[in-house]
Ligand binder design. Structure first.
Ligand code: GLA
Ligand code: ZN
Length: 718
């Protein structure tokens, strides 16, 4: 496995040869709070540890800015993010810019030692813009034009919107390129917000047509790959190609998959325009953009972040309580949040990421989640760090008394008194700082990986097979089962390097490309363990069904064929386990792939209507193993099966922690930190074989760690 130092060395060599800007790690200052604080003054020498808040001088009377800056500094925060929604103030009318107020704010913050991340304001165009250029408005999946009045109501393809976005960002960049205290940029804000994550307007249609042309080159190729002969959809001119708006009949699956790819690309390429400009104008600054931290499938983040310095994400565990109360048990919530962090970390191959927005209090808009229990604000911030974050910004510094997010509570209350969680956040920031740059930029240790595949999710959404089948629900269940073993879990694409993992899990890998199949084949052949779920390899990259018995390209690796794929509705189908997976019979819920073993051993069979057909198989392929889980198992059985396979895969990291307690590791060449996080309200005990010294927390004694409810510890291996 490549170490951080190795990575930096190699990356430096590559980028130097290419004449490209060095990755930010090269510019990092030595560890230490004092240096960190002082450095905020001068971006040329680096930037502080990023422990800050999202701050809105645009929404705060100017006579309070000084007091804000003083309090932010007193709280031990080192940076703020500002201005990401301030387009209206920065460009009050077309081409007339006003940066004076923002300069004054930055100067005040800088005087107090607070570094500034500037947001480019494209997520909220002002009314003069949307009135004059109504063509920038997003058209939703029903063909309805989304109206201005909120935010993110824009079309990602529209050139007017992109030009004006780039324009304001450029003026801003020129103004602040050398401003003392400014250290970096956030481009836009959370691309593809739900519920209107896609645009279907005429500009997107044209953009899509051009994208399809660039991809396929000839109409014959498009017609063949999409199978347009079906329902007489053969295209004879590029401009005939539609977008998947309602059309009295399901759309063409190949077209829909490409449309998702195009929409993701439109957002990424729009960000890329701003990025290229910022690289030119502000070579000393870092550039990132923030994402909804929860796992979402709307964007291919690898494309979005390819040329950015690091990933930033927004972490609001309270949303789980509001929107998914049934799931909001401590273990499930912890695992959902962890899935978000693990996904973000892996977007740039494990590089430390930044929490650009972290829940600071009650979270919500028209209604709000309760105040986190004492300890949870600290726990959630540390959870991000435990999963590879290098910094945390609390959202937001104050609480707005007006606007759509009045009920989103910041570090200060509406009356500007300190919030109920204020002291806890101050303590947290201090404790996170104590890990130093070394700890905060250490690599995350992962021995397992779970595949999160956009193509599969997008392709399945248009034809789920069983209307209740959801890619994301399967991903969450599989991830939770695997991650709770505390082996460290990366969230990957199957065409990435798999050789470092003891076991790779691939739920609902509906689309399998030739490249992925070959990668998996090599991985298993060389000793890896692959565990795949039902509906494996049904489709190729064009969303056509493979012309071979299922699981298509992976038949040899899995050592089975699918005798019949069965959607399960009202039938009661059970699963009976062979001794190797011994356990109580399971229920099969939404899907049953009836498996016919070729070379694989049978680990479970169906009962009921499909009595005796294989439900789970294990194949030895080369030096490795490939397990096919053909049944949609109930949650408990799924966790047991995946964990049993994991236990035999040679993972060395399993620490037996009670339910709701997470254990993760971060490592440099010389040091290792172990994070233990108790997400439950009760006291918990974890036995910690080995020698450790406590960096944060004090429950360690006699080889065991006692954690109070919602408490955590960071231990360093000695
Ligand atoms: C998002 C956005 C913020 C704010 C918060 C709270 O993550 O980036 O602007 O809206 O949520 O809702
Ligand atoms: Zn559009």
């Amino acid at each position: 496995m490549i170490t951080r130092r190795g990575f930096v060395g190699r990356a430096a060599a590559v980028v130097t040869a290419a004449g490209v800007k060095l990755p930010i790690w090269e510019k990092a200052l030595p560890i230490g709070e004092d240096t960190a604080r002082g450095s905020a003054a001068d971006a040329r020498s680096g930037w502080p540890l990023l422990l800050g808040a999202d701050y809105y001088p645009d929404q705060t009377p100017e006579n309070l800015w000084e007091e804000d800056a003083r309090m932010i500094a007193e709280a031990g925060l080192t940076n703020v993010r500002v201005a990401e929604f301030a387009w209206g103030l920065l460009e009050p009318s077309e081409g007339k810019f006003d940066f004076a107020w923002l300069k004054r704010s930055v100067e005040i913050l800088h005087r107090h030692g607070i570094a500034v991340i500037l947001g480019t304001p494209s997520a909220a165009p002002p009314p003069w813009l949307s009135s004059k250029y109504a063509e920038i408005l997003l058209v939703n999946k029903d063909g309805v034009t989304v109206q201005p009045g909120g935010r993110r109501f824009t079309c990602p393809s529209n050139q007017t919107y992109r030009r004006l976005s780039l324009n304001i960002a450029t003026e801003m960049a020129k103004t602040f390129a050398n401003a003392p205290g400014v250290i970096g940029w956030q481009i836009d804000n959370e691309y593809t917000l739900q519920p209107h994550a896609r645009c279907y307007c005429k500009y997107c249609r044209e953009g899509f047509q051009d994208w399809v042309k660039a991809k396929y080159r000839t109409l014959d190729a498009v017609n063949e790959k999409w199978g347009t002969v079906f329902w007489s959809q053969t295209y004879t001119d590029w401009r005939q190609i539609p977008v998947p708006l309602p059309s009295n009949g399901d759309p063409n699956p190949g077209l829909v998959l490409d449309y998702d790819r195009y929409q993701s690309h439109a957002c990424a390429s729009s960000a890329e325009e701003q990025l290229a400009m910022l690289r030119k104008q502000c070579p000393k600054h870092f550039v990132t953009t923030n994402q909804v931290g929860a796992p979402l499938d709307t964007l291919n983040l690898r494309e979005m972040y390819r040329n950015m310095d690091f990933v930033s994400s927004d972490n609001y565990p309270g949303f789980a309580q509001v929107f998914m109360p049934a799931l909001a048990s401590p273990e499930v919530m912890a695992s959902m949040i962890a899935l978000g962090h693990d996904s973000m970390r892996c977007v740039k191959g494990g590089k430390p990421f930044l929490i650009m927005e972290e829940q600071a209090g009650k979270a919500g808009q028209s209604f709000f989640a309760p105040q986190p229990h004492p300890g949870q604000l600290r726990l959630w911030a540390f959870q991000a760090v435990a999963h590879g974050a290098m910094g945390v910004n609390y959202f937001r510094w104050d609480s707005a008394r007006f606007g759509a997010e009045e009920y989103w509570f910041g570090m200060l209350n509406h009356d500007r008194s300190k919030s109920i969680g204020f002291d806890e956040m101050v303590r947290t920031v201090k404790e996170i700082k104590s890990l130093g740059r070394e700890g905060l930029e250490a690599s995350y240790v992962a021995e397992t990986a779970v595949s999160f595949d956009h193509d599969s999710s997008w392709a399945l959404a248009v034809q789920p097979g069983n209307s209740k089948l959801s890619y994301m629900a399967q991903l969450i269940a599989w991830y939770g089962s695997v991650a709770s073993a505390n082996t460290g879990t990366d969230v990957i694409h199957l065409d990435e390097d798999l050789s470092k993992y003891k076991a790779v899990f691939a739920p609902l890998q509906y689309v399998v490309s030739e490249k992925q199949a070959e990668n998996i084949r090599n991985y298993v052949r060389n000793g890896g363990t692959l565990v795949a779920g039902f509906r494996l390899g049904v489709k190729d990259e064009s969303s056509q069904i493979v012309n071979a018995p299922l699981p298509g390209l992976l038949r040899d690796v899995m050592g089975v064929t699918v005798k019949d794929p069965v959607p399960v509705y009202t039938e009661r189908i059970g699963v009976k386990f062979a001794p190797r997976l011994a356990g109580a019979d399971a229920q099969c819920a939404l899907w049953a792939d009836l498996l016919k073993p070729e070379s694989a051993a049978v680990l479970a069979t169906y009962t009921g209507a499909y009595e005796g057909d294989a439900a789970i198989t294990m194949n030895t392929f080369g030096k490795g193993q490939a397990v096919y889980v053909g049944a949609d198992l109930d949650a408990t059985s799924l966790a047991r099966v995946l964990r049993t396979v994991l236990a035999t895969s040679g993972s060395s990291l399993t620490i037996q922690a009670p339910r709701g307690v997470e254990v993760t590791r971060r490592r440099t060449r010389d040091k290792e930190w172990v994070f233990a996080l108790n997400h439950t309200p009760e006291d918990q005990k974890v036995s910690m074989p080995g020698k450790f010294s406590a960096v944060v927390g004090n429950g360690l004694s006699d080889g065991a760690l006692t954690l109070r409810g919602y408490d955590l510890a960071v231990l360093e291996k000695v």
